[in-house]
Ligand binder design. Sequence first.
Ligand code: ATP
Ligand code: MG
Length: 232
Amino acid sequence: MDATPIPDAQVALDGVSKEYELGGTVTALDDVDLSLSPESYTAVMGPSGSGKSTLLNLVGALDTPTAGRVVVAGDEVSALSERERARVRGTEIGFVFQTFNLMPRLTAVENVALSLVFDGWDRERRRDRASDLLARVGLGDRLDHRPNQLSGGQRQRVAIARALAADPSLVLADEPTGNVDTDTGAEVMGLLDDLQADGNTVLLVTHERRIASHADRIVHLRDGRVDRIEAA
Ligand SMILES: Nc1ncnc2c1ncn2[C@@H]1O[C@H](COP(=O)(O)OP(=O)(O)OP(=O)(O)O)[C@@H](O)[C@H]1O
Ligand SMILES: [Mg+2]
């Protein structure tokens, strides 16, 4: 329930700091300790600029800390090469972003299939798996639509299907309901709830208390530090 290390943690941050040098030093994260146990659901809240996205990017092996260790599914991602981190991202981690980050020229099914290249599957097998995932998020009849031919909520569901493509153990979501209406937001949150029920570990960033209450616990960041951890 707190920052004490969990022996078999799915994710562990140990004394993690992140500084950016940009006309001076910005300390985005300052000596953060945090553990996520397998199959847990954690929300991160905090004011704008408090380090939420920075934390998610470090856990997602998109970036490396200035100090400290980040361990994901047994890999010390903070010590891996960019190439090795890409492997961890491709096999262990699914991302859902506020802005969806879909490839505009690719159809829904192609966007999802794209994230299966790491598994070395052939084209047909990737398309089949992508179609199944899109059906699972209710888009079985939108396979060949490009992002600009889909609603915002449908785009976010494509992004969730893409996050699930490689069957990750960890799903990271940064403001996944930030650009969708209330009803679609509820659907998106329902999908994340299902993911936890299916045995995934979920880490969610949100500004909204109501959204955060889907999690088991809420980590409050302030000025790059863990201010407090609360049971949701
Ligand atoms: N690439 C970067 N270069 C320089 N400074 C950065 C960079 N990324 C983030 N920062 C700074 O680090 C701090 C934390 O940023 P971060 O994006 O983690 O905040 P956040 O909590 O996600 O905010 P928001 O709620 O607005 O998304 C901010 O002060 C930001 O300006
Ligand atoms: Mg952010």
